[in-house]
Design a protein around this ligand. Structure first.
Ligand code: CO
Length: 214
């Protein structure tokens, strides 16, 4: 297949997909065009191998998605914060998932002592996670195990960053939702793992310092 064939084939596959959807449900696109009621906000990595809808096995309309390098929730990132705000305050999602993945290029890059240009500022968020958990991470002898543990710890920290926002604190206190979950995706098996982040305990702990609502 030439490069232009690959490009053109996208439109053929798109039409094929439309045919499949409308065969199963003739009103599929008509319904979706007027509204969305996703239960989930998925915050994941931009990695092409971690497509939210596919790995969750859900259809269009069922998950609101934000993806960036290494699934970070950054206080100065208006893109991420706007997505979070819209999902929680307007779409009223009940579940916010931060989904990391083993083998993450962003995590690997953050572990390398190199100047990576414009990525430095972004990756510093991950290096900050490393510093917060340095004792635990440095005690792990195997490089791969240490990297995998950083993937998990990064997810936990990003969950806490979600909890630090006023929109999440206010909504949870008012309507008992959203809850925040941390997942890790394994590229080699396709399986999702719930890291069982203790949401209530983390909420209480975070609010000792980052309390933005009464
Ligand atoms: Co990644």
């Amino acid at each position: 297949m030439t490069k232009s064939d690959i490009y053109e084939s996208v439109f053929e596959r798109n039409r094929e997909w439309v045919r499949e959807c409308t065969t199963k449900d003739p009103g599929f696109f008509e319904k979706l065009s007027t509204e969305q009621h996703p239960d989930f906000l998925f915050i994941g990595c931009s990695d092409s191998r971690v497509p939210a809808n596919t790995i969750m096995g859900v259809d269009p309309g069922e998950v609101f998605v934000h993806r960036n390098v290494a699934n970070l929730v950054v206080n100065t990132d208006f893109n991420g914060l706007s997505t979070l705000h819209y999902a929680v305050d307007h779409l009223k999602v009940d579940h916010i998932v931060v989904c990391g993945h083993y083998g993450c290029g962003g995590i690997k890059a953050a572990l390398q002592p190199r100047d990576l240009g414009i990525l430095n500022g972004w990756l510093r968020e991950i290096r900050d996670v490393y510093r917060l958990h340095q004792e635990e991470l440095d005690a792990i002898e195997d490089d791969q195990e240490r990297e995998n543990r950083l993937v998990q710890l990064n997810v936990r920290e990003q969950c806490q960053n979600v909890i630090k926002t006023a929109v999440v604190q206010r909504n949870y206190l008012e309507r008992g939702a959203p809850r925040v979950y941390g997942w890790a995706y394994d590229l080699s098996t396709g399986l999702l793992e719930d890291l069982e982040v203790p949401f209530e305990a983390d909420l209480d702990k975070v609010r000792e310092t980052y309390r933005l609502t009464r």
